[in-house]
Design a protein around this ligand. Structure first.
Ligand code: ZN
Length: 199
């Protein structure tokens, strides 16, 4: 059977490993790279390596960062008594865009999902508990996604945190159920944060 040259096949295979990219799209992307000027292809390859080499996890909030601590944790003007807990780095960006929230974040790096084999110990929950016990945190806003996994995670966190005397709130409903925080528009997200309720 006829096959593409080995290097082209390899590139197609690499694209096909990306989420949401099927074999046809992978092929189209690989041909696009093939037709790029060489310096553009070099910039693309360099950008891939740079994110892997330069992006670290903030030791305080577990967000992605290129400086330690991250710019939010390092910002003296932010309110340290309230921590907004989110699933991933994209959610931090979405909430920052609202300009509604001036506290700190904690990035869980996922949500509890037994079906996918993601248990509480696979998330950055231990780090959150450590932060809560070390600092004068008064409120935890749980801003996990309005999905089954996000709600399960929110309940789990409330059960852990409330007995140690922390006020736990959940962002208001109104976000599309089953959707992701990162896809919510800024106005909806602003209302969800300001309308948060005690869990
Ligand atoms: Zn941080």
């Amino acid at each position: 059977m006829y096959q593409y040259a080995a290097s082209l096949t390899r590139l197609i295979e690499q694209f096909a490993r990306l989420p949401g990219v099927g074999p046809k799209t992978a092929q189209r992307l690989a041909f696009h790279v093939l037709n790029m000027p060489e310096e553009q292809a070099a910039e693309f390859a360099q950008a891939l390596l740079d994110v892997k080499r330069q992006i670290k996890t903030c030791p305080e909030c577990c967000n992605l960062t290129d400086v330690v601590p991250c710019r939010i944790c390092g910002d003296e003007t932010r309110d340290r008594s309230v921590i907004c807990v989110v699933e991933d780095a994209q959610d931090v960006l979405a909430i920052e865009k609202t300009r509604e929230f001036r506290g700190l974040y904690h990035v869980l790096q996922g949500a509890i999902s037994p079906m996918d084999g993601r248990e509480p110990e696979d998330l950055r929950i231990k780090e959150l508990l450590q932060r809560v016990s070390d600092n004068e945190v008064k409120e935890i806003i749980v801003a996990t996604n309005p999905t089954i996994e996000g709600e399960t995670t929110a309940l789990y966190l409330a059960k852990l945190l409330k007995p140690i005397g922390i006020q736990v709130t959940r962002i208001a409903r109104g976000l599309p159920v089953g959707g992701d925080l990162e896809n919510a528009d800024t106005a909806t997200l602003t209302r969800a944060i300001s309308g948060r309720r005690e869990m």
